[in-house]
Design a protein around this ligand. Structure first.
Ligand code: ACO
Length: 326
């Protein structure tokens, strides 16, 4: 049976940063409170004219360049986002147009902060089912700053903007034996359901005619995040006959360092093997995992042939894991 693997990664962060101290000038909060409760020290904020598709295109170009392929070889584009430029066409179609990527088909996946692992799972399935796809471009891109209520201190301190991308390659198109036999997406598990109200926006196209702003019950989200991320990892290990000690690295959705620490503690997994970008990026929703993955690879924290897990939870609730050998 065919399989896919991650060939390259790329990322893009808007130039402008917003520190905790700067937020403290806007709402009643402090650098100390934000750091202690979340681990966040700053976030990147898109410029006024910058769109989600612009962030996505920059991250995509970075991944395509590292993969040393031409845009004409990309057969599939999936963008995971909750903050698209327009209701339609999809952000992926706009990205395809901007990249002049004429041999691909493109669509968006919306699963909030879990969007990237949903998109990787869909891309992996499509690559297995469709021999025509040699390379898939999978992007997580968000401008969360446009749906944040900047008067609500309980949410505005948490989010940031950015984009991460990966090029996934079909093993059926590999001539290199080592590349074909070792690397690959091994298994994925995805879940959703219940608790639609603990994390949502205050509006939408068919309800209010606008996107609305983020509303959240932080304590409830925290509790579900720790419980569901831990359960998802345990199931992945069970289904693949693995122990936590077999896992070389973990890339969790970067929402809050305390959520990550709680999951890792429950599993008795060393924090040194966990990517931490939440301090610099804050929560970039669907972009957080590909951004953290690219960072960890650039820092040589992920070595070729190593075994790792991507795990996420987001509004819906949606959650799950991707087990892969890099
Ligand atoms: N600055 C100062 N005080 C604040 C702030 C702030 N930015 N925000 C809330 N407070 C106050 C509250 O008003 C409350 O005051 P009170 O005791 O006088 O009523 C106090 O701090 C404690 O509030 P809690 O909500 O209980 O604080 P908690 O320790 O739960 O931390 C937080 C809040 C950081 C949001 C936490 O619940 C959390 O991280 N939850 C997970 C949410 C999350 O990560 N969401 C991201 C999207 S979902 C996802 O990506 C998985």
């Amino acid at each position: 049976m065919n399989k896919s693997f991650i060939l390259s990664t790329g990322s893009y962060l808007p130039k402008k940063t917003l520190s905790n101290d700067e937020i403290a000038l806007m709402v009643e909060t402090s650098d100390e409170w934000i750091r202690q409760r979340t681990g966040i020290t700053q976030r990147h904020i898109a410029d006024e004219g910058e769109l989600t598709s612009d962030l996505a295109v920059n991250a995509a170009r970075n991944a395509i360049e590292k993969a040393q392929i031409s845009v004409d070889e990309v057969g599939l584009i999936i963008v995971a986002t909750t903050t698209p430029d327009k209701t339609f066409p999809s952000c992926a179609a706009i990205v395809q147009n901007k990249l002049k990527c004429k041999n691909a088909f493109a669509f968006d996946v919306q699963a909030a902060c879990s969007g990237f692992i949903y998109a990787v799972t869909v891309a992996d399935s499509l690559i297995k089912a469709n021999k025509r796809i040699k390379y898939a471009l999978v992007i997580g891109a968000e401008i969360m700053s446009r749906i944040v209520d900047w008067k609500d201190r309980s949410t505005c301190v948490l989010f940031g903007d950015g984009a991460g991308a990966v090029i996934m390659k079909s093993a059926a198109h590999c001539s290199e034996i080592a590349e074909n036999s070792l690397r690959g997406i091994i298994s994925t598990n995805l879940y959703s359901g219940s608790n639609i109200d603990i994390l949502c926006t205050s509006g939408g196209v068919s309800s209010t005619g606008n996107s609305g702003k983020i509303c959240m019950n932080g304590r409830e989200v925290f509790k579900h995040a720790v419980e569901k991320l831990t359960a998802s990892i345990e199931e992945t290990l069970r289904c693949n006959n693995l122990k936590i000690a077999n896992i070389d690295w973990l890339i969790p959705h970067q929402a809050n360092i305390r959520i990550i620490e709680a999951v890792v503690k429950k599993l008795d997994f060393p924090m040194e093997k966990v990517a931490n970008t939440v301090d610099q990026h804050a929560n970039t929703s669907a972009a957080s995992i590909p951004l953290a993955l690219d960072y960890a690879i650039q820092e040589s924290k992920i070595k070729p042939g190593s075994l790792g897990l991507l795990i996420a939870i987001g509004a819906g609730l949606t959650w799950g894991s991707v087990l892969l050998r890099y």
